[in-house]
Unconditional design. Structure first.
Length: 188
């Protein structure tokens, strides 16, 4: 019998936290943990629980993507606005992408903490690896991911599923994040 969604999540969080405890600081004094995987794989859910358990702030790539074609720009934003300043032990401030106005909006300061969890497609990019203490990859079958993503975001996401999946394909072909991940969690 397969575990329930709640049991899966509890087990996954336990596994990630136990593994992460031994990681060294990666951006100044901060340990930055990336939770990566394709759309609908469960990144946001897992990252939120891991961040809570670690007492860590959480940055979502969904807040940094410059629209449906903004994956690369979000990777750059995460590096320049958050990870590089933390590595220099300076305040990190990022701007939220306003999906309605199609522009960056208000600023958010990353709170002080020993940990930072970043989640979303792009957090495992090679250019970010020097700043992360580890990358957790969530692996899920495509049909299940699509069902989850559309159940979560409905008609807002449905017209963009293929467009975003194409960006993921290009990104993962270049980055090979799943093969370079430090920890792989099966979800599905």
């Amino acid at each position: 019998m397969e575990p329930s969604r709640g049991e899966w999540l509890e087990n996954a969080v336990d596994r990630v936290v136990a593994w992460a405890r031994d990681r060294e600081p990666s951006a100044g004094k901060r340990r930055v943990l990336a939770v990566e995987g394709r759309s609908g794989s469960g990144k946001t859910t897992l990252a939120a629980e891991v961040a809570e358990r670690l007492g860590a702030p959480l940055v979502h790539m969904d807040d940094l993507y410059a629209g449906w074609d903004g994956l690369e720009q979000a990777v750059t934003a995460l590096r320049e606005w958050v990870l590089e300043p933390l590595a220099r032990e300076r305040p990190a401030v990022w701007r939220r992408w306003d999906w309605v106005a199609h522009e960056y909006a208000e600023e958010h300061r990353v709170p002080e903490a020993d940990w930072l969890v970043v989640e979303g497609v792009g957090t495992g990019a090679g250019v970010l690896r020097p700043y992360t203490c580890g990358v957790v990859w969530l692996n899920s079958p495509t049909a299940l991911r699509k069902r989850r993503a559309l159940a979560r975001d409905g008609q807002t996401y449905a017209p963009h599923w293929e467009r975003w999946a194409a960006h993921e394909e290009v990104f993962y072909a270049a980055e090979n994040v799943s093969a370079n991940a430090d920890l792989i969690i099966e979800n599905g």
